[in-house]
Design a protein around this ligand. Sequence first.
Ligand SMILES: [Zn+2]
Length: 569
Amino acid sequence: MMNTLDELLGKINILDIVSQYVQLRKTGRNFVGLCPFHKEKTPSFTVSIEKQIYYCFGCNEGGNAINFLMKYDNLTFQEAIENLARQYGVNIKRESSKKASSFDALAKLADYYHNNLKASKFALQYLLARGIDIKIVDEFKLGYSEKSRQNINTFLKRSGVSNDIFMSTGVLRVKEGETYDIFRGRVVIPIFDVNKKVIGFGGRTIEKDGFPKYINSPESPVFSKGSSLFGIDKARKDISEKNEVFIVEGYFDLIALYMSGVRNVVSTLGTSVTEGQLTKLRNYTNNITLMLDGDDAGIKSALRLIGLFSEMDINGAMVVLPDGHDPDSFLKAKGVSGINDVIKEKKPILDFYFDYCMNKWGMETIENKQVFIKSVMPHIQAIRDGVKKRLYIKRLSELTNVEENYFWDNMKTNNIPGQPVARNNASNHIGRKVIGALINCPGMLSILKEKEVMHYITDINVRDILLKMHDFFEDKGSLELNSFVNVLDKDELKDMAINGVFDVAECTDDELRIILQDYLKHIEKNFIKEEAKKITESLAGAEKRGDEKAIIELLEKKRQMLVFMKTNP
Ligand SMILES: [Zn+2]
């Protein structure tokens, strides 16, 4: 895949791609135009032919031709590549053959379950009782797995797919020489990816005393629970159009909402919301609203996400369903107008948290107020948007009768432990420059690795990018930005690398070298500090044991370290 991708990138001229959508004019070495990703009157959207990259100085959006199409046309990576390959006449291999055959096996299983359901009065009756008619059964391709083993064996023989591949999906297993399927006795809900391929299944028991109520396919080469979202195949368009997505935690919650006309909704696979899922959704919208059960578990799960939302710069909101309802049961009780009413009352997640804390601790005594302030402050501190932050500080001040200035001063001096440090801080900026400098002189990467200091870089994003850069450079012998950004799986990383290159665009080679040397010194210091700490600890241990040989060795190490620190201030 990677080689074909390189071939493709080699043929593409980003100017041709972007010009199809944006009017560009030449200024110096670059082309500029009005940014299609944010509103502006003077052009800050820049295309560099030399780097084969676009970048907007207004909204910091940037990337290669693939990223441009993904963003502009709301395509997945795979779709953007297919689109470009068509335009440039490059033959791309699709997924590796192993993955392709897994998809094939899963699609055949889905057909098999679906036909089973259509033939089972018992299972259809169950769904009908839940308000799910045959139209929905077809739309979601719901299925049923019979209890008898005979059926599955006939299916296997006729499928034309080897048993190994079915086994690798984890759906079929062998016990005492006999093949069985893990969904026996269950209604089966296929989970499709955004390209409408079956990647796994959920199963709801319909047997009396069936246990557990729900199971999912196990993780497989094509299925990961932590980043898959049920319903994304159907919801994608609505999410983009409405610029908002609702998240629920159950298959039938999603189906109920879908039937009631709320279609910009996805569901986790019965688990709590993960960072991987949020990352996927953020490709379509920044407005993510949780619609979780109104019970304690639902609320806990929402609270857990507050930090992640601010870290990922997501506008999180919360719809609270009353009386311990889940979306499915609520719809049954209150109907479509009922659900529309509660949706109207959705709250930003931090407002929800304010209310929750006030209810929990009250605000009557000074102690209560202290607890309240301690609970909400870290979340206010993590807000990136200045206006939003101001408004919450104001509100906090009104609620507690503590003047606003106190909170502002407190935020300046007091970095609350355990909280993410704001993205645009100074060290982050340096990290970005280093990344930019290394993309320009990748030869310096080997120095970083040889010194084994990479693991002492405290910013995980910077470390992640540098390690990936190193591997990429070793593998390819070059480090072209437009090709490298494809291995950066998170938007945050991609943005950082591109910003970095533009940060140092005006630097001379000498300046770049200085940036790298300073940074190297900085992480070396961290490294030595850590090492010195370790030696001191080992020394204490050796002294306790009376291990003279170890003591002498450690003292020598310590001496060397002190010499090093003196000569490398
Ligand atoms: Zn822009």
